[in-house]
Write a protein that binds this ligand. Sequence first.
Ligand SMILES: [Zn+2]
Length: 125
Amino acid sequence: MYSKKVVDRFSNPKNSGEMKDADAIGEEGNPRCGDVMKIYLKVENEKIIDVKFQTYGCIAAIACSDALCELAKGKTITEAKKIKSQDILNELGKLPPIKIHCSILGMEALQNVIKNYETKKAKNN
Ligand SMILES: [Zn+2]
């Protein structure tokens, strides 16, 4: 049912865990399979230097979170805003059609954490 890349990321995610000194945290939920994604960002000079996730959810949601972190890491905020759910899918090979919403959730969680980062930054300036 799942591609090898999905299973690999699910069983051995590289970017999972809490980030204590995160510059922004974003959370997004998905009622369809009960996934909850929490994304942590560390930003330096408008560049995302680290991304971590804590996801409670299905195999696809965890694989998407891990792929998302990899995609966002090293990008500027402006570049990261352009990451689409399709980019996450490309990173994973493919997902079963009923699990496509997990990649959309990943994209939304990223947009959410970026929005929180920008709100926080605007307040500090
Ligand atoms: Zn899911």
